[in-house]
Design a protein around this ligand. Sequence first.
Ligand SMILES: NC(=O)C1=CN([C@@H]2O[C@H](COP(=O)(O)OP(=O)(O)OC[C@H]3O[C@@H](n4cnc5c(N)ncnc54)[C@H](OP(=O)(O)O)[C@@H]3O)[C@@H](O)[C@H]2O)[C@@H](O)CC1
Ligand SMILES: Nc1ncnc2c1ncn2[C@@H]1O[C@H](COP(=O)(O)OP(=O)(O)O)[C@@H](O)[C@H]1O
Length: 304
Amino acid sequence: MAQATTPTWRDISLDDLRSVLQTPGASDNKYTRGVVLLATGSQTYPGAAVLSAQAAGRAGAGMIRYTGPERVGRAVLAARPEVVRGLGRCDSLVIGSGIPDIREDERQELMPKPRRSAYPAVVDAGALTFVTPGLSETVITPHAGELAALFKRLEISELSREDIEADPAHAASLAADALRCTVLLKGAATHVASADARFRVVAPTSWLSTAGTGDVLAGLLGSILAARHARGEDANLALDAAAAVWLHGRAGWLAAQRNAGAQPPHAAMCAPAEELLAGPIGAPILALDVAEAIPTVIAAVLAR
Ligand SMILES: NC(=O)C1=CN([C@@H]2O[C@H](COP(=O)(O)OP(=O)(O)OC[C@H]3O[C@@H](n4cnc5c(N)ncnc54)[C@H](OP(=O)(O)O)[C@@H]3O)[C@@H](O)[C@H]2O)[C@@H](O)CC1
Ligand SMILES: Nc1ncnc2c1ncn2[C@@H]1O[C@H](COP(=O)(O)OP(=O)(O)O)[C@@H](O)[C@H]1O
């Protein structure tokens, strides 16, 4: 029997991005565009729910549902009145951002329903504590500290946070092989690994290293996964995850340029990361600035 070959690391191309980002047509409606269910935010971190909702909406979700504590739901609605409260038909689940302590009963309430229908899921932050090998249709989104904790809990490896940061490609591949799901390991270069694909996406700015940008990425990815699921296409989790990371990086770069008073043209947003890193430095950003820059970056990719 032929041995499966290990996929090689590659960049995501503009053609890849255009295949992920589809323009709505005359026959589309909110359901065909994809419904994202957010199980994010907690009494401790209500802001994470707002950030994931902002990002999912700005990335083009047809509809966003929110499930979580009453007070958090009110904060989400105050920021995004388009959001619908409660469970219902959905095409992707984003779970865990801003929930440091997901309880067993909460997990039971949330996970089974969407999972029975094989919706893709983004499993972030607190929800990483219930990841076990073999979760189907799942992208996990740890940073190095969270991946080290996951390795330790599941006795996969003794790699420390520092080891993972020193060789993220190895750590992401190891995690994808051991967990049999798609792994998005966050950092200045983010590594996406699955059984059959590897993507390395370099962030074009390090202003992204600010609280809440991971919550924005989770919502953005939820929106992309929901769109593909609603289109009835086979899942392509690694490609979608790499696309989300690319858009997130560019949105961070654009926000940093805007905050410095610049208005870069569309073409600049699609330049190689190394070129952008060598260009104007920009200015500090907040996570919400990143979410708000997403539509312009999508427009730049789709521009003909
Ligand atoms: N506005 C809101 O509502 C916001 C809500 N948020 C929510 O807060 C929750 C906690 O998230 P968190 O990642 O900050 O976990 P935290 O327990 O501090 O660290 C765990 C371990 O990881 C490490 N570590 C941390 N960051 C690292 C990195 N980038 N790369 C590598 N390592 C890193 C850290 O190591 P240490 O620095 O302590 O040595 C520690 O060992 C989460 O639910 C999130 O969604 C945030 O998104 C902020 C905005
Ligand atoms: N130095 C850096 N340069 C570029 N991007 C970074 C850097 N540090 C972190 N990031 C990005 O910022 C985001 C931080 O996410 P995360 O660690 O989950 O933070 P939070 O929990 O505060 O949202 C990730 O997308 C990560 O790839």
